[in-house]
Design a binder for this molecule. Structure first.
Ligand code: NAD
Length: 498
């Protein structure tokens, strides 16, 4: 297929064409047309990027904390000044609406701001006189060459989650972005270069399983940070750790929103709409199941259903659109197939997004609402990752909590209630990594850390924030004893008796 735009790798401060001969197509999801051809790296190309990163590490780890901080302050300013341009890149390859794309950039920006504080974040600990004449200090040092492998759904924010802390901590970083929307990574690399980051500290190597496997098996890569689906996260974790690497691998999700009978129904319905259908449901923190307790179910389903009529679906560039297309045709068709499945499994299809018709060949699908879904149904168990919201009715709080805690995934969860006691109990009871109280998408701010439990995270260190700094550094403890200068045979000018 002939396309005019070509995307190569970012190596040593410039875009270079790949040499493997393998390529993939980047689509415009709003039109269904191919918009670019992307080079896919071979193991040899990855190996060359690692060799460059190893050489660059020697001087980058010597770069002072104040200089690193200065570069990230400048990167922050450039990112802010260029956010609309970056948002447009996100919209053109991912499809999300521009307001959503701008929101993504803002959440990424927070992580850059956090990394600006690296001199403060890397302050070690010191114990004077741990024993007589003995001091002990703990410091954190960079790992060396580290890699990040990222998903399609946040092509700017997730790379920033990783690279800001990794690089500020003194590592050199190899980014393998999603091959479906690779341009925002190139955009970030160019901005970092303008901010003063030395060439070679960041490389962007595009690719598929070949590049990923080369990362997982490369002896010089010390740590791998991954975000993506659960089967791949498990594979990355098992393969990376088997090869002696430190790995954090964030996986898929099935996020519930528990609505108690005392909740404000309008507030809960608004939240369900934005958290269920924002970014076409392609968010790892999207709400995909509303768990309605007792008598709230009828008015809540009615309120959500009424709001579905008002969701405007269209190209992300249309400023009135609230929901864009899905990432690929295959993914759109897979998501759509769950609506038919729901019907066959005995759920009530309140709204069938397949009925909405769109002009052109974009990968659009209307919003769907499924009621009377039960935990044994496949539409409940699978991560659908699209604009399909399921409602599960339960008689009481305990049954709702049980459903949530028995789910394989445990990324985010929310409770909607006016009762502080119930909310407090839920935050203790829910076996989920991130909990929202009347907040449907509780993505932590950058100075906390992000991570789920169970099948939503393989490894034990969460992403970004304080845990991100921990992940990208290793601890060293130094115990020191020096003779008392007063006992020196050479006259140092110290008083002999104190
Ligand atoms: P994905 O798992 O298909 O791809 C993620 C990365 O892995 C990409 O870079 C891809 O090239 C690579 N990859 C894909 N198949 C591979 C294979 N067989 N071997 C080696 N590497 C492979 O995920 P996606 O479709 O790009 O993103 C959506 C998924 O990511 C959803 O499941 C979503 O829940 C999840 N996600 C999770 C979080 C979180 O924080 N937990 C955040 C964002 C997305």
């Amino acid at each position: 297929m002939a396309v005019s735009q070509h995307i190569g790798h970012w190596i040593d401060g410039k875009e270079v064409a790949g040499t493997s001969g393998r390529k993939s197509i980047v689509w415009d999801p709003a039109t269904g047309k191919a918009q670019a051809e992307l080079d896919l790296a071979s193991a040899e190309e990855l190996d060359a990027a690692v060799a460059l990163a190893q050489r660059s590490f020697v001087s980058w780890r010597e770069t002072s904390l104040s200089r690193r901080s200065e570069i990230f302050f400048r990167f922050r300013e450039l990112l802010d000044a260029n956010k609309r341009e970056l948002a447009a890149v996100l919209t053109s390859e991912h499809g999300k609406v521009l307001s959503d794309a701008l929101g993504e950039v803002s959440r990424g920006l927070e992580n850059v701001e956090y990394a600006c504080g690296i001199p403060q974040l890397l302050k070690g600990e010191f114990s004077e006189q741990a024993a007589t004449g003995v001091d002990v200090c703990s410091i954190r040092q960079p790992i060396g060459v580290v890699a990040g492998i990222t998903p399609f759904n946040f092509p700017a924010m997730v790379p920033i989650w990783m690279l800001a802390n990794a690089i500020a901590c003194g590592n050199t970083f190899i980014l393998k972005p999603s091959e479906r929307d690779p341009s925002s990574s190139m955009f970030l690399a160019r901005l970092l270069q303008r901010a003063g980051l030395p060439d070679g500290v960041l490389s962007v190597v595009h690719g598929d399983k070949v590049a990923v496997d080369a990362i997982l098996h490369h002896p010089a890569i010390g740590a791998v940070s991954f975000v993506g689906s659960t089967p791949i996260a498990r594979y990355i974790y098992e393969t990376g750790t088997a090869n002696g690497k430190r790995v954090q691998a964030l996986g898929g999700a099935k996020n519930h929103m528990l609505v108690l009978p005392d909740a404000d129904v309008n507030m809960a319905a608004d939240a369900a709409i934005s958290a269920g259908f924002g970014s076409a449901g392609e968010r790892c923190m999207a709400i995909s199941v509303v768990v309605a307790v007792g008598e709230v179910a009828e008015p809540l389903v009615a309120a959500i259903s009424a709001r579905l009529d008002r969701i405007k679906v269209g190209p992300g560039t249309d400023l009135d659109a609230e929901m864009g297309p899905l990432i690929t045709r295959e993914h759109r068709d897979r998501v759509a197939s769950y609506i038919g499945l729901a019907n066959a499994e005995g759920a009530t299809v309140v709204r069938d997004g397949r009925q909405q018709k769109f002009e052109g060949d974009g990968f659009f699908l209307g919003a769907s609402l499924l009621d009377h879904v039960t935990p044994d149904m496949q539409v409940y168990r699978d991560e659908i990752f699209g604009p399909v919201l399921a409602v599960l009715r339960v008689p009481d709080y305990e049954s709702g909590l049980n459903v949530i805690n028995q789910n394989e995934f445990a990324n985010g969860v929310a409770i909607f209630t006016r009762d502080g006691g119930a909310a407090r109990r839920f935050q203790r009871d829910a076996n989920v990594g991130m909990v929202g109280i009347n907040v449907a998408i509780p993505v932590p701010v950058a100075y906390h850390s992000f991570g789920g439990w169970k099948a939503s995270l393989f490894g034990d260190v969460h992403m970004y924030g304080p845990e991100g700094v921990r992940f990208f550094t290793r601890a060293k403890v130094i115990t020191s004893r020096w003779p008392d200068p007063a006992t020196s045979k050479i006259d140092l000018g110290f008083p002999r008796n104190r």
